[in-house]
Write a protein that binds this ligand. Structure first.
Ligand code: PBG
Ligand code: ZN
Length: 323
């Protein structure tokens, strides 16, 4: 006697019925890169089909997204001018503030998430203010500047804030800052477990945020550390995060599962630029069946425990889901 698994696999209707995990278009957040100017839609060489857009183009893009059933975006700003503190992110007429305002005005039903960091806005490309003695980002000064940036996003009408700089205490600090300013109902999605990954390479081309010297290893996590990965996310839960995140996704699905099993919060994965570029190029070269590998990959995120998927593939997934 032995168990016959295959009798559940022979009939397609039954196979569908017993499928454990499903990808839905509602699971996705689509990243948008906004820069100043008008009528601009620049494709970036390292990320086919991903564009830097001026605000008018981004507004048009949101219309396309809604037609596909995608009602959630995460915004990255590319400022005209960078300086040592990232001032453009701290004023109400900077690129990110203007983008949030304009997109919400044109598309009130679009759920707009803002990436809160400084690396796109600083001339040195690091995720905060540099401390010359430590030769690294000054944690506590960056926390104070982050409150200021969060309030800029909040005033502009953002729907959720996503701090991505990996500063210690960022969630407690932002929660308190937002609450004191009256934004008690503005959720925070923390980039709670973010690794110092080489998979971010293409993003830094798009966002023009490559550090001009050094690397991010003194604030982003060591890819070898699984227990610390859980600890960081659970700490953000304690500090008041509303949603946790693991980034990158594909090489860290063990971490996704581990966090999911240990938190009561919803969990997002960020399917990052390098993951996107690898699959895209393999598909273009005809090395794999692109559509099938894409859906297999997205399904693996759900199986590991992701509730939300931030992905440059969102529009392609929506089409494959029949939108
Ligand atoms: C900014 C930020 C990064 C990404 C999202 N927010 C880059 C980085 O940490 O260098 C990466 C996204 C991607 O690779 O798709 N801190
Ligand atoms: Zn950053």
């Amino acid at each position: 006697m032995f168990r016959r698994f295959r009798r559940r696999r022979l009939n397609p209707t039954l196979r569908e019925m017993v499928q454990e995990n499903r990808v839905r278009v509602e699971d996705f957040i689509y990243p948008l890169f906004v820069r100043s100017g008008e009528g601009i839609k620049n494709e970036v060489a390292s990320m086919p089909d991903v564009f830097q857009m001026s605000i008018d183009a981004a507004i048009e893009e949101c219309g396309e997204l809604k037609k596909l059933g995608i009602y959630s975006i995460i915004l990255f700003g590319i400022p005209a001018l960078k300086d040592s503190v990232g001032s453009d992110a701290l004023c109400d007429h900077g690129i990110i503030a203007r983008a949030i305002k304009a997109i919400k005005a044109a598309h009130p039903d679009m759920f707009v998430v803002s990436d809160l960091c400084f690396c796109e806005y600083t001339d040195h490309g690091h995720c905060g203010v540099m401390n010359p003695v430590e030769q690294s980002v000054d944690n506590d000064i960056t926390l104070q500047n982050s409150i200021a940036q969060a309030l800029v996003h909040a005033k502009a009408g953002v729907d959720m804030i996503a701090p991505s700089g990996m500063m210690d205490g960022i969630i407690a600090t932002l929660r308190q800052g937002l609450d004191e300013a009256g934004y008690v109902n503005l959720p925070i999605m923390s980039y709670s477990t973010k690794f110092a990954s080489a998979y971010y390479g293409p993003f830094r081309d798009v966002a023009e945020s490559m550090p001009s010297y050094g690397d991010r290893k003194s604030y982003q996590m060591n890819p070898a550390n699984g227990r610390e990965a859980l600890h960081e996310s659970l700490t953000d839960e304690e500090e008041g995060a509303d949603i946790l995140m693991v980034k990158p996704a594909l090489a860290y699905l063990d971490v996704v599962k581990d966090i999911k099993d240990n938190t009561h919060l919803p969990l997002a994965v960020y399917n990052v630029s390098g993951e996107y570029a690898m699959l895209k190029l393999a598909g273009k070269m005809g090395l794999v069946d692109y559509d099938r590998v894409l859906m297999e990959t997205m399904t693996s995120f759900k199986r590991a425990g992701a509730d939300i998927i931030i992905s440059y593939h969102a529009k392609e997934v929506a089409r494959l889901l029949g939108r």
